[in-house]
Design a protein. Structure first.
Length: 131
């Protein structure tokens, strides 16, 4: 199993999916971490930012342009089953789900501690961190 976490320093989980610079990808076998790698991640800064109005009743990150950006951001972790973040928009979460990646919003900052909590089935998905 591979678990990705959004990060800017390789050690802590970033507070926002779209602004993180990297993915820390943790490979787990029989409950133990066997490999760690840092992968480049596209983020908001890689795309020409244009102010777009939300369609009435639509939360952040929906619409064709946003979905395309999310797909491009997710491409680097298409081999992962789980993504850990400390915040993200609803559209990003939906794009991850459509890609078969379970998004978990955690309040745990340390990547390895969050992975352990996930493996121990003790992690809490803080959906209030969605925007």
């Amino acid at each position: 199993m591979k678990i990705a976490a959004v990060t800017s320093d390789g050690l802590t989980i970033s507070p926002h999916f779209g602004r993180a610079s990297y993915y820390a990808v943790i490979t787990v076998e029989t409950g133990s971490i066997v490999k760690r790698e840092l992968r480049d991640k596209l983020g908001h800064s890689h795309f020409v930012h244009q102010e777009q109005e939300h369609e009435r009743g639509q939360p952040h990150g929906f619409g064709p342009e946003a979905q395309d950006r999310h797909i491009r951001m997710i491409a680097a972790i298409e081999d992962c089953q789980v993504l850990l973040a400390r915040g993200m928009g609803w559209g990003a979460r939906k794009s991850l789900e459509q890609a078969g990646i379970k998004a978990i919003l955690t309040d745990i900052q340390d990547i390895e501690a969050a992975v352990k909590a996930y493996l121990d089935e003790e992690i809490v998905d803080h959906t209030e961190l969605l925007h």
